[in-house]
Write a protein that binds this ligand. Structure first.
Ligand SMILES: Cc1ncc(COP(=O)(O)O)c(C=O)c1O
Length: 516
């Protein structure tokens, strides 16, 4: 031990004598050893894997078995305690069953509501590996392979954007919301280098207020950034969308002119590819030109469809993404790996350093050495971060790009068929032609007021969800509430949608009868 002597000189104290006294067995240590016995992993995972196998192989059409929160609270509460270092694995069986019973039935074609799907089995296996051999991915020393995997995946996918090797960078984050925050922070700090240290107040009352411009259908994580960063949600410049719910360039230009006239300094324009409500992909080439003409950063929130870069057939839908200053894609949505795994790309690698700037001697070495220069810690919000890049990297390495492209091509083609089928029905209205694998529509059984029609769609969603066979979602588009399908399962086909439409007609009839 080293102690200060008051002289400015540090002296070692005498070494502590080795503790060699014999000890009786410490019961606490025994309990700890029992709970950490690796044999428990074998027993617990066999229980989980056996039950998961049934769940994944089930051919039942199902959505979700939705329980009332108070009932589930009681049921789950009854499964708690008394605890034991040698756990009661019978109780684990019941907990696994409860989870699978109440989970959205992702392996089923009845699950049509959400932007996630059952994951690639090899990716799931690697996720377990990373849970049991946890290596926080932010710092090289603690996450060597994750940091290397970041570089390899970044290089492969960035090349698909069309960027030359070594000219760009990728930072992985735990989710699209964090990626959007990180990219917009980088843009803000580049526009106002004093903002990080001195705050926005230091700009003074005469300075133009910094603002973000986003499409009307942008994800809430984008507009949330304005609140988090102190820009204020009221400063958000909403860019109007056209009838296909893509940003309308002509009206966007007018909205930006009006914002400038009102004293706002729009430092970042955010496009969606595709948007959460409808999957619409904004006109990226035109928006990139508009952003750069106005001196603004161009960020593409590609959480949903940014992964289309892996497919030759779908890449043209993202034309212009190569012009983005930054863009993200959620691998846990459309590259089918466990959540949360998001890739945030920067066209200029140095820009990635602009998001955060801090000294923390316990993790950051100054000057950086070969290893700390390699890691992502300084470019990432998170400190402890799951190495969720590893399941993606392993699946990408073992299966190759083609399996991802095949599934995306297939899902998007099926979605187009689904949309055509819906469009062909006299009592269904297709809202937009899908750009991705999301379809929005209304069921219109006879003439009704707009308000009745909106209420009916929500009631249909609720009724179907309660019955448990199909889980679909609803979204508000302006004044309309519409039904929404996300085609994430490769077995969804014409039969699924015909059966769904029959169910929708049936529940709409009974809702009408009950109201009459
Ligand atoms: C377009 C879009 N952006 C961002 C997000 C947020 O991503 P995450 O849930 O990975 O944080 C979502 C999630 O659905 C999304 O659809």
């Amino acid at each position: 031990m080293i102690v200060g002597g008051g002289t400015g000189v540090r002296m070692p104290t005498a070494a502590t004598p080795a503790r060699t006294a014999a000890r009786s067995v410490d019961p606490r240590l025994e309990r700890i050893r029992t709970a950490w016995d690796p044999a428990l992993l074998d027993r617990a995972t066999s229980i989980a894997i056996e039950r998961l196998g049934h769940h994944l192989r089930s051919t039942r059409v199902a959505g979700v078995a939705l329980e009332r929160p108070s009932d589930l609270l009681a049921e789950a509460g009854a499964l708690m305690g008394p605890g034991d270092p040698e756990p009661d694995l019978e109780r684990l069986v019941r907990i696994v069953d409860l989870h699978l019973r109440t989970a959205i039935a992702l392996p089923s074609t009845g699950s049509l509501a959400r932007q996630f799907t059952s994951v690639l089995p090899v990716a799931g296996a690697v996720d377990l590996l990373t849970a049991m051999a946890p290596q926080p991915a932010t710092f090289y020393e603690a996450g060597q392979l994750p940091n290397v995997a970041d570089k390899l995946i970044g290089a492969d996918l960035g090349a698909l954007v069309g960027w030359a090797p070594g000219t760009f960078t990728m930072v992985s984050t735990s989710g699209g919301a964090l990626a959007n925050l990180t990219a917009i922070l980088a843009a803000r700090n580049l526009r106002d280098p004093g903002a990080w240290s001195d705050g926005l107040q230091a700009r003074g009352p005469q300075a133009r207020r910094l603002a973000i411009a986003v499409g009307e259908d942008a994800h809430y994580s984008v507009t949330r950034v304005a609140g988090i960063t102190g820009l204020g949600e009221a400063t958000i410049v909403l860019l109007p969308v056209d009838t296909q719910r893509r940003i309308d360039i002509r009206r966007a230009r007018a909205a930006l002119d009006a914002a400038a006239a009102a004293g706002l300094d729009v430092f970042c324009i955010v496009a969606s590819a595709g948007s959460t409500p409808t999957g619409a992909i904004d006109p990226l080439t035109e928006l990139a030109a508009l952003a750069h003409e106005r001196g603004a950063w161009f960020h593409v929130d590609g959480a949903h469809a940014g992964s289309f870069i892996v497919s030759h057939a779908l890449r043209p839908r993202l034309a212009g993404i190569e012009l983005a200053d930054s863009f993200c894609l959620d691998a846990h949505k459309t590259l089918f790996v466990p959540a949360a795994c998001t890739l945030l790309f920067y066209r200029d690698p140095d820009a990635a350093d602009a998001a955060f700037s801090q000294a923390a001697s316990y993790v950051f070495d100054d000057p950086a050495d070969e290893m700390t220069a390699f890691e992502s810690g300084g470019r990432n919000f998170e400190c402890t971060k799951r190495p969720s890049i590893l399941p993606l990297w392993v699946a990408w390495s073992l299966h190759g790009r083609a399996i991802f492209a095949d599934r995306l091509d297939h899902l998007v083609a099926r979605t187009a068929e689904v949309a055509a089928l819906i469009d062909a029905q006299p009592d269904f209205v297709l809202v937009t032609a899908p750009d991705a694998n999301i379809v929005c529509f209304e069921h219109l059984p006879g003439a009704r007021s707009d308000a009745d029609l909106a209420a009916l769609q929500v009631a249909i969603r609720d009724r179907l969800r309660a019955e448990g066979r199909f889980l679909i979602s609803k979204v508000d588009l302006g004044e309309r509430s519409v039904l929404r399908l996300v085609v994430m399962h490769h077995e969804v086909g014409t039969e699924t949608i015909l059966a769904l439409m029959d169910e929708i007609r049936r529940v709409a009839r009974s809702i009408g009868e009950e109201a009459a």
